[in-house]
Each structure stands twice: as structure tokens, then as C-alpha cells.
Ligand binder design. Structure first.
Ligand SMILES: Cc1cc2nc3c(=O)[nH]c(=O)nc-3n(C[C@H](O)[C@H](O)[C@H](O)COP(=O)(O)OP(=O)(O)OC[C@H]3O[C@@H](n4cnc5c(N)ncnc54)[C@H](O)[C@@H]3O)c2cc1C
Ligand code: FES
Length: 299
């Protein structure tokens, strides 16, 4: 069912190549699907914020795999890691084809890839997600509150006292996995562009309001014991990074730069990243990212 391929020649990533079957595939919101595949190796090794490259077995169109973040990890009856889920929104060629796959169909995945989110202790971890950018946030919330352990060896967990998800979508029909997040997080706040659920407006309004409350509750103007982790459309991430700077709060962003190989060879995924000397250089989102400190990113 699966084969391990590590340290492929000429590539800096260490990953497993897994050919496996779909065990569950269901529509969880408008144009949005959760796909679960059996893979004890990926379930054991993957940490929050890492991703897989995925292809449909036997198909050459599209030829290139697509990157999808781990959404959830599933355990067997003995508590051993057994399967992983991804969540995707139907956009173009690959996601349209994937949405037509059914339980039992074969897919190929390679991963886990990328660096994942940091595990620095904080009082309050604020997750900011726009659209399908909520995918890496479920396992992150679970790890941060000490509800689950991820990785081999296990990453530190239980490093946040409180986790709030600020989740923005176009309309309520696009909100995916809210009951999962309500279980994993301390609190979930929702914003929709049309006001059909939650706050009528942008997810950044929710973030500002939370940071203002933190400031007044603690009666301090800077150095809040708060961190932000964010994923979503680029303009939203840029806006979040400006707010983080304004409130002097550390912020990590997970970039979704289009990728071809996912393993460091092709350089299609580069982003402009500030260096220690103040200059910028291109870095590969698949190797050095996808998670970067927001202050490092040149927009
Ligand atoms: C690290 C990483 C993690 C990702 N995780 C997820 C995830 O969990 N769920 C998910 O749905 N997608 C995720 N993506 C995006 C995903 O890899 C695909 O790019 C996306 O699903 C579109 O693929 P497609 O073949 O359907 O569309 P394509 O045929 O490739 O393109 C269709 C349209 O979508 C646009 N598009 C392509 N790629 C992107 C992108 N990355 N962001 C915005 N617009 C794009 C194109 O410009 C085009 O207009 C992730 C990307 C990265 C790099
Ligand atoms: S996707 Fe090929 S180097 Fe990053």
C-alpha cells in the first residue's frame, strides 16, 4: 500500500511516498471536501502546518501534484496513528478531478513536507483563517492546548493557555469544519463578507477586537503575551501582518505559493524573504516554509 522514499537524489527534503486508498470523502461546505486516506506513516510523522503533495493515481492530467495541508489526523482503536485528512476547495483542474474521486480510489501522496508552525509558549494563541486557510489550524489548536501530540519524536504540546480561531469566509455556506474547531479551540469567532453568519465584515475586524480586549484587560500597551498564526488569501495575510506589527505581537504566516515539486528542486515556489542583514532573498516555500515569521515577508 505504501512505500518510503527518503532523501531522493538531488533533493533536500526527507519524505515518504505513499500510494494509498481513499477511506472517506465527503462534502463539508460549499465546493469544499474533506478527503481521508489511510497512511500510518504520514499520520505518525506530520506536525501542524506541514503539507503533502497529492496526485490521483493513474492520471497524467494534471501531471503536477498539488500541495494540501494536513487538516486532521485519525487514530485506530488502539490509539495508534492510522489516517490523515485534507480539506480542499474546488478551484481548478486538480481539485475538480479530485472531487469526483470516491472511497476506494487510489491517490499518491508525498510528505510530510515543509517546516510547520512553531511551538513557542504563549498565553493566547490567535488563529486567523480566511477561506480554506483554516486547514492547518485544527491540528495546531489541538496541539497548542495539549489535546493531541504530533510528529515522531513528538513535538512539544500544551504550549498555549487559550486558543481562539478567527475564521472568515465569503458566506456561511463556505464555512467548513466549524464543529471540529469548536471542539479543538477555546473559542471560535466567525466573520462573513455578507453577514450571513457571525460578524458582518472582515476577519481582520475580529482580530483587532480581540487584540484591543487583550490590551485593555491586561492594561498594557505593548508586549502582549499573545501570538498569531495565520493562513488564507495573500491580501488578508498582508493585512494581518500589519496589524501584528501595529500591536507588537509575533505572527506566523503559512504561505500558499503555487508549487510544482514540493521537495526543493524546481524553485517554482519562491517568496521574497528578508535576511538578517536587512536585504531580501528568494526562499522556497516548500523547504524553508510554508510557515514564515510575518516580519520576514516582503509583500
Ligand atoms: C503549502 C500549501 C498548502 C496548501 N493547502 C491547501 C489546502 O489545505 N486546501 C486547499 O484547497 N488548497 C491548498 N493549497 C492550494 C493548492 O495547492 C492548489 O493550488 C489549489 O487547490 C488549486 O489547485 P487546482 O489544480 O484545483 O487549480 P489550478 O488549476 O492550479 O488553478 C485554478 C485557479 O486557482 C488559482 N490558484 C492556483 N493555486 C492557487 C493558490 N495556491 N492560491 C490561490 N489561488 C490559486 C489559479 O491561479 C487559477 O486561477 C495549498 C497550497 C500550498 C502551497
Ligand atoms: S515546489 Fe519545487 S522547489 Fe518548492
Amino acid at each position: 500500500m505504501s512505500t518510503a522514499l527518503s532523501n531522493a537524489p538531488g533533493c533536500e527534503a526527507t519524505f515518504d511516498f505513499v500510494s494509498t486508498r481513499i477511506v472517506k470523502h465527503c462534502c463539508i461546505a460549499k465546493d469544499t471536501w474533506q478527503l481521508t486516506v489511510e497512511s500510518p506513516e504520514l499520520a505518525r510523522k506530520t506536525v501542524p502546518g506541514q503539507f503533502f503533495m497529492i496526485r490521483i493515481a493513474g492520471r497524467t492530467d494534471p501531471l503536477i501534484g498539488r500541495a494540501l495541508a494536513m487538516y486532521d489526523r485519525h487514530l485506530d482503536q488502539n490509539g495508534q496513528p492510522e489516517a490523515v485528512s485534507v480539506v480542499y476547495t474546488v478551484k481548478g483542474k486538480f481539485t475538480q478531478a479530485l472531487s469526483k474521486c470516491v472511497t476506494g480510489d487510489q491517490v499518491e501522496l508525498w510528505g510530510p513536507l515543509g517546516n510547520g508552525f512553531s511551538t513557542k509558549p504563549t498565553d493566547h494563541l490567535i488563529l486567523v483563517a480566511g477561506g480554506v486557510g483554516q486547514t492547518p489550524m485544527l491540528t495546531l489548536a489541538s496541539a497548542a492546548l495539549g489535546k493531541s501530540k504530533y510528529g515522531t519524536p513528538s513535538q512539544p504540546n500544551g504550549y498555549a493557555k487559550k486558543v481562539t480561531l478567527c475564521y472568515g469566509a465569503r458566506t456561511k455556506e463556505y464555512l467548513a469544519g466549524v464543529p471540529d474547531f469548536e471542539k479543538a479551540c477555546t473559542e471560535v469567532r466567525i466573520a462573513t463578507d455578507d453577514g450571513s453568519q457571525g460578524h458582518h465584515g472582515r476577519v481582520t475586524d475580529l482580530l483587532r477586537s480581540l487584540l484591543d480586549t487583550e490590551k485593555s484587560d491586561r492594561n498594557i500597551s505593548s508586549g502582549l503575551p499573545v501570538r498569531i498564526a495565520c493562513c488564507g488569501p495573500e491580501p488578508m495575510m498582508e493585512a494581518v501582518s500589519k496589524i501584528a506589527l501595529e500591536y507588537s505581537v509575533p505572527c506566523e504566516l503559512s504561505l500558499e505559493t503555487p508549487m510544482a515539486c514540493g521537495i526543493g528542486i524546481c524553485f517554482t515556489c519562491v517568496a521574497k524573504i528578508k535576511q538578517a542583514d536587512g536585504e531580501w532573498d528568494y526562499q522556497r516555500t516548500c523547504i524553508e516554509g510554508p510557515v514564515f515569521d510575518s516580519e520576514q515577508i516582503v509583500w
